[in-house]
Design a protein around this ligand. Structure first.
Ligand code: GRG
Length: 308
């Protein structure tokens, strides 16, 4: 605990500039994503895939992957294909989540949703196209990483999107809609699978690519599961407190859809406390990495202070 307090002090003393860091990594990721998909015949599907992939967003998952790879002694170059794949997977999950058969949303990232622009049929296929391409992209473009580690990353991503990950979380979320008696256990299941799994994969894949040993990967896994759940608690709070302009999507959607959320179970203040406790527990996992963990610690703090 004392060592961790020292690290927090170092963070303050070095005045790590998180906003400059995020901006720099965001531009690297934007450029790589822009180059990742060309528009060829049949143009419509590639345009639909690019429409959502390049619609902005915080790029948190790719940044977590790049930051972790760097902390573990890797480079941005070796982690960038996986960082892009994580954003392709995240974007496809947003496209499908917004469909009329699921959350039925008109806006995402401040723009009309994919199905509103291209129609439901193309939106489903744009999601499918992004999902398949994410795996091809990692396999074909990752360089200077031993093949066994690339394979480990592909397996990790496969599990994250499967019924044991995002798909399973979404199913329980859909089943819970409109039910007033959803338990905390079920709510945690939903968000551990819908949200935390991909954040965990982002961090752990960064570590795998840089060749981290298993015990360190375990620490990173605990770190990122905790920040993943905290991220979702804040997401639930922002759905109540933020505006449509801040969110880039319809605000107040959870209440409208009669969804049980963390603030509906605990209230806003207690939800904030719980998120803060998760962030504190997450950061404690990074102690052995010393000052190299400063970017990840700063990102963890950002999760509870974000406004969109
Ligand atoms: C993965 C095969 C497959 C299907 C998708 C629809 C679905 C299954 C899962 C839903 C997953 C989902 C939409 C989870 C919500 C996660 C979340 C908190 C999204 C918001 O993330 P931000 O705030 O968004 O990082 P930006 O736009 O900044 O990237």
């Amino acid at each position: 605990m004392v060592a961790m307090d020292n690290l927090q002090m170092t963070l303050q003393k070095t005045q790590f500039n998180l906003s400059a860091y995020l901006q720099e990594y965001q531009s690297l990721v934007e450029a790589a994503l822009d180059q990742s998909i060309c528009v060829v015949y049949p143009e419509k599907i590639y345009e639909a895939m690019r429409y959502s992939l390049l619609a902005g967003g915080k790029r948190l998952r790719p940044i977590l992957c790049l930051a972790t790879s760097e902390m573990a002694g890797g480079t941005v170059e070796m982690a960038m294909p996986t960082a892009c794949a994580l954003e392709m997977i995240h974007t496809m999950s947003l496209i499908h989540d917004d469909l009329p058969a699921m959350d039925n949303d008109d806006y995402r990232r401040g723009k009309l949703t994919n199905h509103k622009v291209y129609g439901e049929d193309i939106a489903i296929l744009a999601g499918d196209g992004l999902l398949a391409y994410a795996f091809e992209f990692v396999a074909v473009n990752t360089q200077n990483v031993p093949a066994a580690q690339v394979l480990q990353v592909i397996a990790k991503l496969g599990r994250a999107v499967s019924a044991a990950g995002l798909v399973g979380g979404q199913v329980v979320d859909l089943e819970s809609e409109g039910k007033a008696d959803v338990s905390l256990e079920t709510l945690n299941f939903i968000h551990n699978h819908k949200t935390a799994v991909l954040l965990e994969s982002s961090v752990v894949c960064g570590g795998i690519l840089a060749g981290m040993q298993e015990s360190d990967l375990q620490r990173l896994s605990h770190f990122s599961q905790n920040i993943g759940l905290a991220f979702q608690i804040i997401d639930d709070i922002l759905d109540i407190t933020a505006t449509q302009e801040q969110l880039g999507k319809t605000a107040g959607k959870d209440l409208q859809a009669q969804k049980v959320t963390y603030p509906s179970l605990w209230g806003i203040e207690e939800s904030q406390n719980q998120a803060q406790q998760l962030i504190t527990a997450a950061i404690a996992q990074l102690e052995p990495f010393g000052a190299k963990a400063i970017p990840l610690i700063a990102i963890a703090h950002y999760i509870t202070s974000r406004t969109h």
